[in-house]
Write a protein that binds this ligand. Structure first.
Ligand SMILES: CC(C)(COP(=O)(O)OP(=O)(O)OC[C@H]1O[C@@H](n2cnc3c(N)ncnc32)[C@H](O)[C@@H]1OP(=O)(O)O)[C@@H](O)C(=O)NCCC(=O)NCCS
Length: 182
């Protein structure tokens, strides 16, 4: 793979058709749903590209500013739906670059903690390497998807909550206690 210097930008309405062609989500219309949350002000849907070919997407991720939907999880912005796509682009450092840039966005808005839920051992190993700590808190990640026959499915997957102190102070605060807006 040729080198890729990743940059992020928020999704725009004109991206939605290209996003669906890049990473199809069928009747779930996931890109549109994420963009709608951005329009509502509760999240930012970040799209990743390489400076070397800025017209192509290589990844996407939503930051949910109000935190995880599960109320048992401590309040702080959440990394949601981080993905590098297509698959052959994985394991070349793009996900690592994306997380670094996302952390920069989050601290830029005055937050001190970033969290994420994980159910995949390889992704968890990556997050641990990047300074996320395993809080040992498990919760159920619930989401809805719609199949080709337009039937709605409700999924519930066990997840482990991880968090990173972005101040670098190693403080053990449980959550991003300050009330900082999106
Ligand atoms: C998880 C995910 C976002 C990570 O992105 P990525 O681009 O593959 O991550 P990175 O390349 O930065 O790091 C992952 C691996 O690449 C290796 N790596 C890092 N930089 C590298 C580089 N410059 N060259 C080659 N390998 C590199 C890392 O050591 C790591 O090794 P591993 O395969 O043993 O885990 C991606 O794999 C993905 O989209 N997975 C499917 C969706 C998913 O599981 N999302 C997470 C939800 S919690």
């Amino acid at each position: 793979m040729q080198s890729c210097d990743v940059f992020l930008r928020p999704c725009e309405p004109t991206d939605l058709e290209a996003l669906e062609a890049w990473a199809p989500t069928g009747n779930s219309r996931t890109h549109s749903v994420r963009f709608a949350r951005q329009e509502a002000g509760t999240s930012t849907y970040y799209l990743a590209s390489c400076l070397q070919s800025p017209e192509a997407f290589v990844g996407s991720c939503e930051i949910r500013w109000n935190g995880c939907v599960d109320p048992t999880v401590p309040r702080c912005p959440e990394v949601n739906g981080l993905q590098v796509w297509p698959e052959h682009l994985r394991s070349h450092g793009i996900g690592t670059q994306m997380l670094g840039l996302l952390e920069h966005e989050v601290t830029g808005r005055g937050h001190r903690v970033l969290g994420l839920g994980v159910d995949d051992p390889r992704a968890k190993a990556l997050y641990l390497r990047l300074g996320y700590e395993d809080t040992r808190q498990d919760y159920i990640d619930r989401y809805t998807w719609i199949d080709d026959q337009h039937t709605e499915h409700h999924a519930a997957e066990p997840c482990r909550w991880m968090r990173k102190d972005l101040t670098g102070s190693g403080s053990q605060v449980d959550s991003d206690l300050r009330q900082v807006g999106p």
